[in-house]
Write a protein that binds this ligand. Structure first.
Ligand code: AMP
Length: 120
């Protein structure tokens, strides 16, 4: 499967569609999910063109992988949901069984309230 340059997150990265930004650096962008499933629900995406976590780990540089992971901690600090506060959950859908809708790697970060069971 090839990366689709017209996926919605690619458009957000190009500035063609707006987003409610939480954090950005040279490697990542984080923004609020348009349809929040919890009180706090943001997405974290790498700026590089990767379909999902497997694609990312196979093709990204070590620096991109480190920056992506470290950005989680940066984002939850900004949102005040870190482990020093009330905590959060990270989730990523990969492939068809997961129901992944947008084919640009993204982590969902949930918090701001009790999150309940991990899976249904
Ligand atoms: P997934 O099912 O893991 O691919 O999740 C895709 C997520 O992207 C869903 O939670 C959507 O609500 C969210 N989403 C889709 N379009 C936008 C957008 N334009 N801005 C912010 N979030 C979006």
């Amino acid at each position: 499967m090839n990366y689709d340059k017209n996926n919605i997150f690619a458009k957000i990265l190009r500035g063609e569609i707006s987003c409610k930004k939480v954090y950005e650096n040279d490697y990542v962008l984080s923004f609020h999910d348009i349809n929040p499933l919890k009180k706090t629900h943001v997405l974290l995406i790498p700026k590089g063109e990767y379909i999902d976590l497997d694609d990312f780990h196979n093709k990204a540089s070590e620096r991109e992988i480190i920056e992506f992971n470290k950005a989680i901690t940066q984002v939850v600090k900004i949102l005040k949901i870190s482990n020093q506060e009330d905590g959060y959950r990270v989730l990523s859908n990969i492939g068809k069984n997961s129901g992944q809708e947008v084919s640009h790697l993204h982590l969902h970060i949930f918090g701001g309230e009790k999150l309940g069971r991990i899976v249904l």
